[in-house]
Design a protein around this ligand. Structure first.
Ligand code: NAP
Length: 324
């Protein structure tokens, strides 16, 4: 089978496309024929050895994929060959066949196509957990989403709107902000050309925002916290901007606000029942057309390094998907 391989840690142009033998599932695993693999920011970090999980070399990157079960390992009873599934793990998706933990593999709803399936779990799962379980976002509140045209960001824009919030999207280009408006943002701020704090002050009439969802960190975290309303909730989601910011704690005191951590991967393990309920709700909304992943571009397997480069260079809007 063909697979993109990371043989030594580095940038996407060091990845190779190779023919390798098919793997065999061990107990608790399933072998999946990959149909689509959507990229997520951690995939760009894993290949550079900059992420919290370090797969043994060589490995195929790609955490989130959909496909068809080809074989199941001993002890796997809820899946069988021929089942259409989506799956999530630290790596393996950028290959024609992938081994996955059966517990992280879920049947794809009837009628959901593979590209949509591969683009649904991670971004919506993270944003819904953040907004619903961690921030308890209420209808009528204001929600600021940073990096709002990224995978997690755009999912938060759509979900925030569905949950009845007034969504303020912050992103780096007008093109990105236009997509955020199509997905339900009431306001757009270009945080590379406009003063983020002043614009939030103007939009909220000086009150500040109730909830901030921040997948970017770096230089944007502190001005966002300084723009919070009384009893606001600032969601720490990620640091795509590069730096993990250090925040003066007096800001939390002065604003009477909460700085709230979000770790979706751990949530799916520690609170599996609640996570499955969230995923069920998300899948239903996707099937009803109430949520629609925005697909930036479909790439072939040989174009996967280009897809990772596009993500690192901030070109991707929504999801980049490799189709096999
Ligand atoms: N805590 C959790 O459970 C959890 C779960 C999922 C993801 N995450 C984290 O959330 C973050 C976003 O993930 P994602 O998959 O949504 O990524 P993504 O699609 O690449 O979106 C990231 C966004 O960050 C912005 N950005 C600012 N500076 C950047 C830079 N130097 N390089 C790249 N992007 C930059 C870009 O928007 P602009 O160009 O508009 O600034 C981009 O759209 C990542 O840090 C990821 O690790 C955390």
């Amino acid at each position: 089978m063909q697979a993109i391989l990371c043989r030594s840690f580095g940038l996407p142009d060091t990845l190779t496309l190779e023919d390798i033998p098919s793997p065999t599932p061990v107990p608790g695993q399933v072998l999946i024929q990959t149909k689509a693999c959507s990229l997520n920011f951690p995939d760009t970090l894993t290949i550079q050895d900059k992420y919290q999980f370090k797969p043994p070399l060589p490995f195929s990157p790609g955490s989130e994929s959909s496909g068809v079960v080809r074989a199941v390992g001993e002890g796997v009873t809820h899946l069988k060959p021929g089942d259409r599934v989506f799956t999530f793990g630290s790596h393996g998706g950028l290959a024609e066949e992938r081994l996955s933990d059966a517990n992280a593999t879920i049947p794809l709803p009837d009628g959901m196509d593979f590209v949509t399936g591969a683009s649904t779990l991670y971004a919506y799962g993270t944003s819904y957990h953040a907004l619903k379980d961690r921030a308890q976002l209420q209808a009528g509140e204001t929600l600021l989403v940073l990096g709002a045209a990224g995978g997690v960001g755009l999912a938060a824009v759509e979900l925030g709107k569905r949950m009845g919030a007034t969504v303020i999207a912050a992103a780096s280009t007008e093109e990105k902000l236009a997509v955020c408006r199509q997905k339900g943002a009431a306001h757009g701020i270009n945080y590379t050309t406009e003063d983020l704090r002043q614009r939030i002050k103007d939009i909220t009439g000086g009150k500040g925002v109730d909830v901030v969802l921040d997948p970017v960190g770096d230089q944007w975290a502190e001005p966002a916290i300084r723009s919070m309303a009384w009893r606001g909730r600032y969601l720490v989601v990620g640091f795509a901007g590069g730096e993990i910011p250090k925040i003066p704690l007096n800001l939390a005191l002065l604003k009477g606000c909460a700085i709230v951590g979000v770790f979706w991967g751990a949530f799916t393990q520690k609170e599996a029942a609640l996570s499955q309920q969230n995923m069920q709700e998300i899948a239903t909304w996707v099937m009803q057309g109430k949520l629609t992943p925005h697909i930036y571009r479909e790439y072939s397997l040989s174009e996967a390094p280009q897809a990772l480069t596009d993500m690192m260079e901030r070109r991707v809007i929504g999801k980049a998907v490799v189709v096999l």
